[in-house]
Design a protein around this ligand. Structure first.
Ligand code: CDT
Length: 303
């Protein structure tokens, strides 16, 4: 039996602080059409795709940043993307800042089916960076100020003929993210990211930013027998250079497609969804080989 999904990573280049959402959505519709022309039926967009990566600035009060958030999905800004995707019969994942009716703020990603209906919603579990302004930094990473940690955990959904999971940026550095989804039989993980090349707490890591990006996603794919799509908002945005390198990784851990630029770019791969079963049924036969009784510290101890 073969199950094939043609999917695309729709990388975005920089989004300026004053770029209107309508303009970003227009760029995304262009990428969607390019992906569709190349046969894709699922297109992955980056984390916080609709705006600049605003956690790099401290603003007070928090409500002064409300315009960066979406209160409905689809909403007025994103409706054209949903409409064009449904017209083309292409599904997509989209990262955005969510402000709920009762005032909660999450770093969120939705999965939208080929009919334009939201299939699933994931709220970022691992929030990196800091809670308050740290003036010594050349730029801030205030995700812990702007967002609450996602309360729902990691999900896996039946969609696009596959078991689809989602994670967002920093989640990809934690093996627990992949393993929780691996235990639910995930076959494809969609992950948007914004990753500054410069890491102020330890600049010795800067030269390794691209290496670490691939290292974690390749390991997560292989160790859980799953496809992983990593999609960046890359390039120099408001003076901050971010890792691009959007890629599609097979359950073997091999990178099968990768962006060559740091701008708007579509990367397409034909994914055999049965490939993961070879790993899940052999080397990584969880039911046969895992020793959960030996892993208690994973859930009992935080650090
Ligand atoms: N967006 C996001 O999660 N970025 C982090 C940056 C490093 S922590 C300041 C990442 O893990 O890529």
């Amino acid at each position: 039996m073969t199950r094939t999904l043609v999917l695309a990573a729709a990388q975005l280049g920089p989004v300026a602080r004053d770029e209107p959402k309508a303009s970003v959505v227009e760029r995304m519709v262009g990428l969607l059409r390019r992906a569709h022309r190349r046969g894709a039926t699922l297109v992955a967009f980056p984390e916080l795709a609709l705006t600049t990566f605003f956690p790099r600035w401290w603003v007070e009060p928090l409500s002064a940043a409300d315009h960066f958030y979406e209160t409905e999905m689809p909403g007025p800004a994103t409706e054209p993307l949903f409409a064009e995707a449904a017209r083309l019969g292409v599904g997509f994942s989209l990262g955005y800042a969510e402000l709920t009716p009762d005032g909660h703020r999450y770093n969120t990603q939705v999965l939208v089916g080929r009919d334009g209906q939201v299939v699933a919603r994931y709220r970022k579990v691992h929030l990196p960076g800091h809670e308050t302004e740290e003036p010594w930094r050349p730029f801030q990473h205030l995700e812990r100020y702007y967002f609450e940690p996602g309360p729902d955990g990691f999900g896996v959904w039946d969609a696009f003929g596959a078991r689809v999971g989602m994670m967002i940026c920093n989640d990809r550095r934690w093996p627990e993210s992949y393993r929780v989804m691996g235990l639910a039989g995930v076959e494809l993980i969609l992950c948007g990211y914004n990753t500054p090349v410069h890491y102020p707490p330890d600049p010795s890591q800067d030269a390794l930013a691209g290496f670490h990006n691939q290292l974690v996603m390749q390991a997560g794919a292989y160790q859980n027998g799953t496809w992983v799509v990593g999609v960046a908002k890359g390039g120099v945005e408001e003076g901050v250079d971010s890792v691009a390198q959007s890629c599609v990784i097979a359950p073997s851990g091999q990178v099968v497609a990768q962006a060559v630029s740091a701008g708007d770019e579509v990367v397409v791969a034909e994914c055999d969804l049965e490939w993961g079963a070879r790993y899940k049924a052999t080397l990584f036969d969880f039911a046969r080989y895992r020793r959960p009784e030996m892993y208690a510290a994973i859930t009992e101890v935080r650090g």
